[in-house]
Design a protein around this ligand. Structure first.
Ligand code: ADP
Ligand code: MG
Ligand code: MG
Length: 249
């Protein structure tokens, strides 16, 4: 699905990613953990193609294509989708409008006709219900005045609708109470499929009790310094990150 090789990236002239390697196969769920400031959000921003993040060397191949050559829209249409750590509010744009526009842009890129209004409403209501959101969320401006938990649920709602090939989740658990966390996890778990990959970034082990990854990686100082299976999360919970930082210093 995606192969990241020796990736180096800068933000405002400062090197943040310092030779990152990661390969994810279709159907796999990977988690990236690591201390604050390690470069986790920078990695997701680089993969999503956000402005201001400059790749200085290395490569990223997404389904055989050079991801770094693609612009943001191309990446989205190719099936890479990012749920943000801090979802943006878009005043004046109704949530339902954004969802429909995003779905139709994807269909257009695939040469499919626009979805008809009744079919769209049926689909979106089904997904809303799954995320335990009521219909009023469709008619409010995107994320405006949403609580932290509602914003995160709205991000997953978009994913359920757009069905990305690679879903990147940046700290989808931050700021969630346990009930919201369970709903978000249920949404993410429903995305698991043989042809889809999920990369979730988290600071806490707690999320991994609900979404159990196939692999866990520790990102520290711009590199993956340790990889393992889900038992690594328990070890990190007990020992923290310092022992890994010292070993790699
Ligand atoms: P993490 O998500 O692991 O906590 P980040 O990727 O957000 O870490 O940040 C890594 C480093 O890059 C931090 O030192 C942060 O201050 C810096 N950084 C990230 N984004 C920006 C930005 N837009 N401008 C300046 N510095 C940034
Ligand atoms: Mg952080
Ligand atoms: Mg972050």
């Amino acid at each position: 699905m995606i192969e990241i090789k020796d990736l180096h990236a800068q933000v405002e002239g400062r090197e943040i990613l310092k030779g990152l390697n990661l390969t994810i196969q279709p159907g796999e769920v990977h988690a990236i953990m690591g201390p604050n400031g390690a470069g986790k959000s920078t990695l997701s921003a680089v993969l999503a193609g956000r402005e201001g993040y400059e790749v200085t060397s290395g490569s990223v191949t997404f389904e055989g294509q050079d991801l770094l050559e693609m612009d943001i829209e191309d990446r989205a249409c190719a099936g890479l989708m990012l749920a943000f750590q801090y979802p943006v509010e878009i005043p004046g744009v109704k949530n339902v409008y954004l969802l429909k526009a995003a779905l139709n842009a994807q269909r257009k890129a695939r040469g499919e006709p626009e979805i008809e209004a009744p079919a769209f409403m049926k689909l979106v209501r089904e997904k809303l219900e799954f995320m335990q959101m009521d219909n009023t969320f469709l008619h409010r401006a995107v994320n405006e005045g949403f609580s932290g938990g509602e914003k995160k649920r709205n991000e997953i709602l978009q994913m359920l609708l757009l069905e990305p090939k690679l879903a990147l989740l940046d700290e989808i658990d931050s700021g969630l109470d346990i009930d919201a966390l369970k709903i978000v996890a249920q949404g993410v778990n429903s995305l698991r499929a043989a042809e889809r990959s999920i990369l979730m970034i988290t600071h806490y082990q707690r999320l991994l009790d609900y979404i159990v990854p196939d692999y866990i990686h520790v990102l520290a100082d711009g590199k993956i310094v340790k990889s393992g299976d889900k038992s690594l999360a328990l070890e990190l919970e007990k020992r923290g990150y310092d022992w890994l930082l010292e070993a790699n210093a």
